[in-house]
Design a protein around this ligand. Structure first.
Ligand code: SF4
Length: 495
């Protein structure tokens, strides 16, 4: 068995993913998505810019085509030489080495699980003053990560490197370091994380040696970019797994199991009173009704929703439906898509206010303000909070008067908010795509997501291929039309 940094990272994010990466059938993996490739490229650029800024004089082991055991030997040669900073080094610890030498250094770790080798590839090994088996210096691992926060999985992996170095150089580096997206440095507190690392690594090894396949649990945020998604999703669907019910989190799932609820059907059939020992009445009702909607494949009006929907969602002669495409890496909102609807004449005109280059963002913001001002009585319908947050960001950045911003925002109507507060739909999540699909709206290019548009825009900036922009505009226009479709459906359903 080989315990690697990547395995630990995956295990910390999803135990099942770590399991499938070792035992899964690679033919069942999804093809690599463009967005994942883009993230990988961004990670490489981030590493390159960090090296340039903080470690311009790093050295790289001469790997050629050697295997990782030889690479580890090459890395150790550089450490013995006392090179100030080693980029892309390899740390390898064999089972035999740990049995013979390591117990006197880290005697309590892995007492029960000795049958494995370890492999880690820290981004950097940075020389520090202090005693080690090499001389008056030792090495500290520095991980360069693209995340904005020092996530637990980053800390576990950094601790793993510290552990490997501890055995190799006979002194554990006290402060393994993370360098995050904004080049901010974070030191991992080993007094806290060594024991957490030990538990994680031991559990991971136990799962793998005993070949215990963790249960599927679909979580939109976690599974979204995973290459096992379709494999897991198919299983979850065949099992009617409760993770497909919106609102069922891993901890709520455990609570439901405690009261004998293991499938969507059983959740739909249980009396919410019987769930009160594990969750409050409101949540029990909500989950039960959600499952009921799924089993019956019908929309349900929420019993606590007593408002007049026409007061909350106005109908006007002119209405605007608004959706934004953004490029998070550049902190750029490059497409402000507006569908103008004139109810009396049934006219619909789509205005794609597009920044063909990032410098045009201010111009499209001014165009948007002008268009919104042309139809001052028109409500501006959008889906979720992103559009409002973006208005605030752009107004601040381009110095739009506060009063003008407030007048503009007073016209915004969030259709997502009104859906989730008034109805329960038989969907797996309350995204625009799921909701609109269920009520019968179809995107012209099925299977495309906002992530894909991010990649297309990035490619457009490199290639100037206009077909990429056309695809983005079609997607954005369909998002605006889906918002219109959903709004009409909601008014009819509740009206
Ligand atoms: S799809 Fe989700 S549950 Fe399946 S391995 Fe990936 S992250 Fe884990």
């Amino acid at each position: 068995m080989l315990l690697t940094d990547i395995l630990l990272l995956d295990y910390k994010r999803c135990q099942r993913r770590a399991f499938l990466n070792v035992y899964g059938d690679s033919l069942e993996k999804d093809a690599e998505r463009d967005f994942v490739l883009k993230l990988r490229q961004e990670n490489q650029l981030h590493i390159a810019s960090t090296l340039k800024k903080f470690y311009p004089h790093h050295q790289k082991p001469q790997y050629n085509l050697k295997n990782w055991k030889d690479r580890a030997k090459d890395t150790e040669v550089l450490m013995k030489q006392g090179v100030s900073c080693i980029y892309n080094g390899t740390l390898f610890e064999s089972n035999e080495f740990r049995e013979q030498c390591a117990p006197r250094i880290t005697p309590t770790l892995f007492s029960e699980h000795n049958e494995f080798d370890c492999l880690g590839k820290p981004t950097l090994l940075v020389k520090q003053a202090g005693k080690s088996k090499f001389g008056d210096w030792f090495y500290t691992p520095v991980s360069i990560n693209l995340g904005r926060r020092p996530k637990p999985e980053y800390k576990i992996v950094a601790t793993f490197y510290a552990y490997l170095l501890g055995n190799l150089q006979e002194i554990t580096p006290p402060t393994p370091t993370l360098i995050l997206r904004q080049h901010n440095h974070y030191e991992v507190d080993l007094s806290q994380w060594l024991s957490k690392f030990q538990i994680t690594a031991t559990d991971c090894l136990e799962m793998l040696t005993q070949s215990q396949e963790p249960e599927v649990f679909i979580s939109r945020q976690r599974c979204n970019l995973c290459h096992w998604y379709n494999h897991c999703y198919t299983i979850a669907q065949s099992q009617q797994h409760l993770s497909l019910v919106p609102g069922v989190t891993p901890s709520r799932y455990q609570s439901l199991l405690e009261v004998g609820v293991g499938t969507v059907k059983s959740l739909a059939n249980i009396c919410p009173v019987n769930m009160r020992e594990v969750m409050d009445a409101e949540l029990a009702n909500q989950l039960q009704q959600q499952a009921q909607a799924i089993v019956d494949n019908r929309a349900i009006r929420k019993s606590q929703f007593q408002e007049d929907i026409h007061r909350l969602i106005p109908t006007r002669k002119f209405e605007l439906y608004f959706d934004i495409e953004a490029e998070p890496e550049r902190n750029l909102d490059y497409l402000l898509g507006v569908l103008l609807v004139e109810r009396s004449t049934k006219t619909e005109i789509f205005y794609p206010l597009l920044a063909e280059s990032p410098e045009d963002e201010q111009q499209i913001w001014q165009e948007f303000l002008y268009l919104a001002n042309q139809y001052q009585d028109a409500p501006i319908f959008h889906f979720s909070g992103y559009e409002v947050e973006t208005m605030k960001r752009l107004a601040k950045l381009y110095k739009t008067p506060q009063q003008q911003l407030e007048r503009l925002l007073s016209r915004f109507v969030d259709i997502h908010y009104h859906v989730i507060t008034s109805v329960i739909l038989p969907v797996e999540n309350y995204s625009l795509k799921s909701l609109a699909n269920w009520i019968g709206f179809n995107w012209r290019d099925p299977g495309i997501s906002g992530d894909q548009c991010v990649c297309w825009y990035d490619q457009w900036l490199k290639t100037e291929d206009h077909s990429l922009l056309s695809s983005i505009l079609r997607y954005n226009e369909d998002d605006c039309r889906a918002t219109l479709y959903l709004k009409n459906w909601l008014l009819e359903f509740l009206g």
